[in-house]
Design a binder for this molecule. Structure first.
Ligand code: GDP
Ligand code: IMO
Ligand code: MG
Length: 429
């Protein structure tokens, strides 16, 4: 039975949620495998807009079991709020399962995140300040608290109080502010009661589902170039969004995976700091006319932090690297409609450094910061793509861009986004 992985191929916000929503129609389980509430995933259904941070986008379908996998770091206040909000809008979360192995985020993680960013001065990562890095650091240091602990409320309260006291002292020593251990223990014990019914052994649960013939969709948050190993370190998140992370973050094995869909926006965006070769900025580093057009037409503002996203042309050097590290079987090209009014569209096919074309994506960000993009220019289509349902509905110039991507990266583009709504999509081949 199929196990499909969906992975971002750029720096996040590629429109993964919409593609996951589409693919959810043919899968019975949708599983988040890493990250936390740093993710912001938007699905538009008619006049309804759903903005999700933790619960997989598949929750909107009655036939789907949404699962928060063991690789996720879970912020209980956000999760409870998301459940309550969905339920109040008539979306049932009864089938939601949260891995007992998933690690929890606590207020001291957020305090550490803010303190670390503060200390970096001008070299900030530009994190979402959600405590993601410190929570994964605690997991690696083997001092984390896992979701399974909520099943033993007495011990959970004690563990939380103990860790809060320890971290409070560390925060003060680092020049930060103390946290109130008793208040945190009380609040999180209450949240623990709310979440306990959803906590389960998802690893065995997913294997049993697979053995029973179910089809699983494994949903990555963030993206390839925010991956802690393969992204533009240190301007990355603290987990492994790449497809390989789906195994570690769900407990399924590499041979279980049958399909890997890479999501690429038809241009590029990035929130936070770090090199961005195709960025459309003026001499002062502010968005230029075309960069501003992408921000305005594409509504490129973060769902989680509201920050304006940095914008630039599509970068096929990145995409070729994403094909490699994720074993992509195909690409979904999203937000092509955002380019509808452009006179011409540029696509970066190579990087040049000191007059030489580079052989692959650079391993060091110092090199990435120096490369000069080599562009192919495509004439614009100057017509709306909205309403297109098949390949032949697309303007030939838009098809030209899609075919350039396919030739250049070596895998087919199987889906094309033509608008924010659920059905604004061309499914190809
Ligand atoms: P994710 O983090 O990868 O799930 O992406 P986000 O939800 O953060 O950002 C993508 C934004 O683009 C959302 O507001 C979507 O509603 C919107 N979107 C997704 N696909 C398309 C598309 O094909 N065209 C347009 N115009 N908007 C899209
Ligand atoms: P989705 O799933 C875009 C970025 C932050 C920052 C860096 C590290 O919606 O695509 P963190 O808080 O994770 O320690 O921040 O990663 N970042 C994202 N950028 N989309 C996301 O998620 C992101 N999640 C984290 O802006 O640069
Ligand atoms: Mg997002």
């Amino acid at each position: 039975m199929p196990v499909t992985v969906v992975v971002g191929t750029q720096w996040g916000d590629e429109g993964k949620a919409k593609v996951i929503d589409l693919l959810s129609r043919t899968h019975s389980h949708v599983v988040r495998y890493q990250g936390g509430h740093n993710a912001g995933h938007t699905v538009v259904v008619g006049s309804e807009k759903y903005a999700l941070q933790l619960i997989p986008s598949g929750v909107l379908y009655d036939h789907v079991t949404p699962v928060i996998g063991n690789g996720v770091v879970v912020d209980l206040p956000t999760l409870v709020n998301e459940i309550d909000t969905l339920e109040s809008r008539g979306v049932s979360c009864a089938r939601l399962r949260v891995s007992s192995r998933a690690h929890l985020i606590f207020p001291w993680h957020q305090a550490h995140d803010a303190l670390a960013e503060d200390k970096r001065g001008d070299d900030k990562i530009g994190t979402t300040l959600k405590g993601i890095g410190p929570a994964y650091a605690d997991k690696a240091r083997r001092v984390g608290i896992r979701a399974g602990e909520v099943l033993n409320p007495g011990r959970f309260a004690e563990l939380v109080r103990q860790r809060a006291k320890e971290e409070s002292a560390v925060l003060v020593a680092l020049g930060g502010t103390a946290v109130d251990a008793d208040a945190i223990a009380a609040r999180f014990t209450e949240l623990a009661h709310r979440i306990a019914p959803y906590v389960a052994d998802t690893v065995n649960g997913l294997h049993d589902a697979l053995a029973a013939g179910s089809s699983l969709l494994l949903e990555g948050a963030q993206a390839t170039f925010l991956d802690i190993d393969h992204g533009t370190y240190p301007f990355v998140t603290s987990s492994n969004p790449i497809a390989g992370g789906a195994c570690a973050g769900t407990g399924l094995g590499p041979r279980d995976i049958t399909r890997v869909v890479g999501i690429a926006k038809a241009y590029t965006t990035r929130v936070g700091s770090g090199p961005f070769p195709t960025e459309l900025v003026d001499a002062d580093g502010e968005p230029d006319v075309l960069g501003t057009a992408l921000i305005d037409i594409g509504h490129e503002y973060g769902t989680v932090t509201g920050r304006r996203r940095r914008t630039g042309w599509l970068d096929l050097v990145m995409l070729r690297h994403a094909v490699r590290v994720n074993s992509l079987t195909e690409i979904a090209l999203t937000k092509l409609d955002v380019l509808d009014t452009f006179d011409e569209v540029k696509v970066c096919t190579d990087y040049r450094l000191d007059g030489e074309i580079l052989g692959g994506y650079p391993d060091l960000i110092d090199v990435l910061a120096e490369v000069e993009p080599v562009y192919t220019t495509i004439p614009g289509w100057k017509t709306t793509l909205r309403g297109a349902r098949t390949d032949s509905d697309l303007h030939p110039n838009a098809r030209g861009l899609i075919e350039l991507v396919e030739r250049n990266v070596g895998v087919p583009v199987t889906m094309v986004g033509t608008g924010p709504e659920r059905d604004d999509c061309v499914v190809r081949g």
